[in-house]
Write a protein that binds this ligand. Structure first.
Ligand code: ZN
Length: 391
C-alpha cells in the first residue's frame, strides 16, 4: 500500500480555500433562496385552487308501496301470547334496506293499535307491530295520507301519530296533530343533502276529516302543496312528495295523475312517489322530476298476481358544489319487482320476495309476469333499468 503524503497549505492557500468555502456556501444559500421562492410561487397557485374545492355528496333512496294489512296478514302474524310479529314477512327485504340511506314505504292502513279493535276492509285498523317490523327493517320515510287514514276516526290517527312519535329516526308526512304541526318547516339532512318530504291523498273513501281538523289527513290541493313546497324549496336540495292517487287496479296513468305530476314538477319537486292503484304503473321523468306513478302493493292479501306484485325503486341523489354552485342529479334509477307470497289459500306464511329470489315453486311462470310488468314500468322512459332475472 502506498503512503499518501499530506500536503500542507501555505497561508495564502488557506485564505484562497476560505474564499472558495464562502463562495460555495453563498451559492448554496442563494440557490436555496431561489428554490424557496419557486416553491412559494407554486404554493401561491395551489391555495387558489383548493380554496373552494369541488364537493361531492351522495345519498341513496329506496321506495316500496302500500302496506295493506288485511285480516289474513295480522292473523298470520299473531303469536301464542296474543302479540303480533310481522318481522318474518320482511325477512328478504330487510337485508336489501341496509344498503340505503333513505327507505320509504306507504302505510296504507292506519296503525290505530289493537286497543281500537283490529279490522279488515273496508275500514281497516292495524296493530302497531306492523310499524315495528318496518322500523326493524330500516324504513325511515313513511307516508300517512291515504284513503284509509280516517278509517278509525280521529282516535285512530292520534294513536298512529303517538306510535310514530316514539320513533325519532323515522320521518312521517301527511297526517298531523294540528295545523301548526302540518305547516311547520321541517328540513332533514342525510350525508350533507338537505331534503323535505310531503304526503297527500286525492282519495278519502268519503271519510272526510272533521271540519276544522283537516290536518289529520292531508287531502291534496294545489294550494296546500304549493304552500308546503314553497316554504322549503329554496332551502333544500331535494323535495320528495308521496302522492296517493290514480285509479285502483289500472296499470295506466290517469289524466288527473298526469296533471298533478306536471303541477308538482313545475313547483320544483324532485321525486314523486305514487301509490294507491295496488298495481304497478310506469316510471317517467318530467324534465328533471322523477315520477313513479304507482309502486303497487308492498304487502297485501289481495287476489291475483298483478296485485301481489309491486315495485321496489332506488335512485342515487348526487349533490355537487363547484365554485359555489350546487347541482343535484338523480342517478342510476333502478326498479325491481317484489311479490307477496303466502300458502294455504292466502292464509299463512306471508312473505315479500324480490322477483330475483323467486322460483317456479313459489310462483310458476314468474319470468313471464316479470317481463309483463317490466314492460309496463319501462313504457314511458328508457332511463329506468331493471335487472334480468337469470335462472
Ligand atoms: Zn289507497
Amino acid at each position: 500500500m502506498k503512503a499518501v503524503k499530506k500536503k500542507r497549505l501555505t497561508p495564502l492557500g488557506r485564505i484562497l480555500l476560505g474564499l472558495v468555502v464562502v463562495i460555495i456556501l453563498a451559492g448554496g444559500i442563494g440557490s436555496y433562496i431561489l428554490l424557496s421562492n419557486h416553491v412559494e410561487e407554486v404554493q401561491e397557485i395551489i391555495p387558489a385552487e383548493t380554496d373552494d374545492p369541488k364537493q361531492e355528496m351522495t345519498a341513496n333512496l329506496i321506495m316500496v308501496g302500500d302496506a295493506l294489512i288485511h285480516s289474513a296478514i295480522y292473523q298470520d302474524a299473531k303469536q301464542a301470547d296474543g302479540s303480533y310479529d310481522f318481522k318474518p314477512m320482511l325477512e328478504y327485504i330487510k337485508p336489501i334496506m341496509q344498503e340505503y340511506d333513505l327507505k320509504y314505504y306507504n302505510q296504507e292502513t292506519i296503525l290505530g293499535g289493537s286497543e281500537l279493535g283490529l279490522s279488515n276492509y273496508p275500514r281497516f285498523n292495524s296493530p302497531y307491530e306492523v310499524g315495528d317490523a318496518f322500523v326493524d327493517a330500516g324504513f325511515n320515510l313513511v307516508s300517512l295520507a291515504t284513503n284509509h287514514t280516517m278509517d278509525k276516526g280521529e282516535q285512530g290517527v292520534l294513536n298512529s301519530l303517538d306510535y310514530w312519535s316514539k320513533h325519532s329516526n323515522v320521518y312521517t308526512a301527511g297526517s298531523y296533530r294540528s295545523f301548526e304541526d302540518r305547516d311547520k318547516k321541517v328540513i332533514q339532512e342525510v350525508n350533507g343533502i338537505r331534503y323535505a318530504f310531503f304526503s297527500y291523498t286525492t282519495w278519502t273513501n268519503g271519510l272526510n276529516t272533521p271540519s276544522g281538523k283537516e290536518y289529520l289527513n292531508n287531502v291534496y290541493s294545489e294550494e296546500l302543496a304549493r304552500a308546503d313546497i314553497e316554504r322549503v324549496r329554496d332551502e333544500v336540495d331535494i323535495v320528495i312528495v308521496a302522492m296517493h292517487w290514480g285509479t285502483e287496479y289500472s296499470t295506466g296513468i290517469s289524466p288527473a295523475q298526469e296533471q298533478i305530476a306536471n303541477y308538482l314538477a313545475s313547483l320544483g319537486v324532485d321525486i314523486i312517489i305514487g301509490s294507491h292503484p295496488h298495481v304497478v304503473e310506469p316510471i317517467d321523468f318530467i324534465g328533471k322530476t322523477m315520477v313513479i306513478y304507482s309502486l303497487g302493493n308492498f304487502i297485501s292479501d289481495q287476489e291475483g298476481i298483478e296485485r301481489l306484485t309491486g315495485l321496489m325503486v332506488n335512485v342515487t341523489i348526487h349533490k355537487t358544489i363547484d365554485d359555489g354552485v350546487t347541482t343535484i342529479a338523480l342517478e342510476n334509477p333502478e326498479a325491481q319487482l317484489i311479490y307477496t307470497h303466502s300458502v294455504y289459500g292466502r292464509k299463512r306464511n306471508f312473505k315479500v320476495y324480490p322477483y330475483t329470489s323467486l322460483n317456479e315453486v313459489l310462483l310458476p311462470n314468474y319470468h313471464t309476469y316479470y317481463e309483463k310488468y317490466r314492460q309496463i314500468v319501462c313504457s314511458r322512459s328508457d332511463k329506468i333499468t331493471m335487472p334480468d332475472l337469470g335462472g
